[in-house]
Design a protein around this ligand. Structure first.
Ligand SMILES: [Zn+2]
Length: 462
């Protein structure tokens, strides 16, 4: 690997990344569809420039998937690299110090929507690849790239593609760089992600809104009915009261619990700086890490109904709706949890109310077996640059495509160069440039270690 690559090329690299970040590829907003395509085209041009003989934009019912294969290196292993070029909407705009699509460096940090999630990390993996090309522009191993444009909006072009053509995932390892260090100086690999079951609960108790003077005292109130149902789904100790919900939950291993106990963590700082509340809630018999990584949750996201305008209107509302979701952990299955939720709501609903549960979307939790030898190579790469191996942690959120990347048996290495304060999905998202520069070296080392010791590709089963 060209170890001076970053030192010599820093200003060019910063310019290239800024061009990529300046494209407002907001996948959730139809008005930005052309920008999403421009971001895909940017990647296509970059991959061609890096010497990939074939680069494709694969079309589907949404934003295209970018697929590329580096030059074939016979006898060397194959690495599949995943990332996403789409970003979250930038609002509220007035909270940004510099505009979200005008990348700006302040104090060694690059501020822009997508700086950490995930364009900056995609860029890091591409430049690590560039740094390992030899004088003939040959990489040390076979690399396949797959970048999607719908990670943030729940599209399914990539999962349709991988289900139809699972051989695209045939690799000795898959690398996903869409996560952060546990803390500054503490690189991480992720052993599990939570799944999600998102639903709407709607209640109708009357044909129309009524006068609370004339009918108050006898007419069933839809909001009251809804909040009683919601209150019946979780108690004050944080225990979710949906029958059988915890039955299939697989507790974390002893080894995971041992590692979590040793992580640097200050509860008071966490409460003040991150949670910004006055107390932590939830099941006190479990540690905070267990509560955010290893237990299911039930959250109410919003309630609609009745009168919330200015002044007073004395109404008994006829209908009310709540958006709710459960985060799921290994052992749980979102379709099954959806049925348990429907059943629990039906049991709490009074017979005189019309109560409906509509499942809006979801995904299963993910568990990664980190015993595969590729993880030891990634540790070695991290240790050679940061002095520390990657610590094994979990994440409370979800990346829906992860299970499909491992479809043909490749271990999925889930890691990244972000820091916990990058502000993903928030105003003033940033990437620390020191993380980017060291990340290029780390992943370049990882490609070389995998090339040397990652084993030749197993022949496909007959
Ligand atoms: Zn992301």
């Amino acid at each position: 690997m060209d170890t001076d690559f970053v030192a010599r090329q820093q200003s060019r690299l910063l310019g290239e990344l800024s061009d990529f970040l300046a494209i407002p590829s907001v996948s959730a907003l139809p008005a930005h569809a052309a920008d999403c395509r421009r971001a895909a085209e940017w990647l296509r041009a970059e991959l061609s420039r890096l010497g990939c003989p074939a680069v494709q934009l694969i079309e589907g019912d949404g934003h295209p998937v970018v697929w590329a294969e580096g030059p074939a290196v016979p006898g060397r292993p194959t690495l599949l690299i995943y990332g996403h070029y789409d970003v979250q909407p930038p609002d509220p705009l007035d909270e940004w110090t510099s505009p979200p699509f005008e990348p700006t460096v302040r104090d060694g940090r690059l501020y822009a929507r997508g700086a950490a999630d995930d364009k900056g990390q995609v860029f890091c993996l591409l430049k690590a690849y560039e740094a390992t090309l030899d004088a003939d522009r040959r990489p040390p191993l076979n690399v396949h790239f797959i970048f999607e444009g719908e990670e943030e909006c729940g599209g399914h072009v990539i999962s349709d593609l991988l289900r139809a053509e699972p051989e695209r995932t045939r690799a000795d390892a898959a690398l996903v760089c869409d996560m952060s260090y546990y803390a500054p100086g503490w690189p991480a690999v992720y052993t599990a992600l939570r799944g999600l079951c998102y639903a709407e609960i709607s209640v109708r108790t009357l044909e129309r809104d009524l006068h609370s003077g004339t009918y108050g005292g006898v007419a069933p109130n839809a909001i009251e009915t809804l909040v009683r149902i919601l209150a019946g789904l979780k108690d004050e100790s944080g225990e979710i009261l949906i029958p059988k919900l915890y039955k299939s939950v697989e507790p974390p291993s002893k080894e995971e619990l041992r590692v979590w106990k040793k992580l640097p963590f200050d509860k008071a700082d966490f409460l003040r700086d991150e949670v910004t509340g006055q107390a932590l809630t939830g099941r006190k018999e479990y540690s905070i890490f267990e509560r955010v990584w290893a237990l299911p949750t039930f959250e109410i996201h919003g309630i609609k109904g009745g009168f919330v305008g200015e002044g007073a209107k004395t109404v008994i509302p006829a209908q009310a709706t709540a958006k709710v979701s459960l985060r799921l952990v290994p052992g749980q299955d979102y379709a099954k949890v959806g049925r348990l939720l429907e059943r629990a709501v039906a049991a709490l609903a009074p017979r005189w109310a019309d109560v409906k549960v509509t499942l809006l979307h979801g995904g299963d939790p993910v568990q990664v077996d980190v015993d595969h030898p590729a993880f030891a190579l990634l540790d070695e790469a991290f240790a050679s640059v940061t002095g520390r191996k990657a610590v094994r942690v979990r994440a409370g959120g979800s990346i829906p495509i992860i299970p499909e990347l491992g479809l043909t048996g490749a271990p999925v290495l889930l890691s990244g160069i972000g820091l916990p304060d990058d502000g993903l999905h928030s105003p003033n998202e940033k990437l620390d440039l020191a993380q980017l520069w060291s990340g290029i070296e780390i992943f370049g080392r990882f490609y070389e270690l995998l090339a040397e010791r990652g084993g030749p590709t197993a022949p496909p089963p007959a």
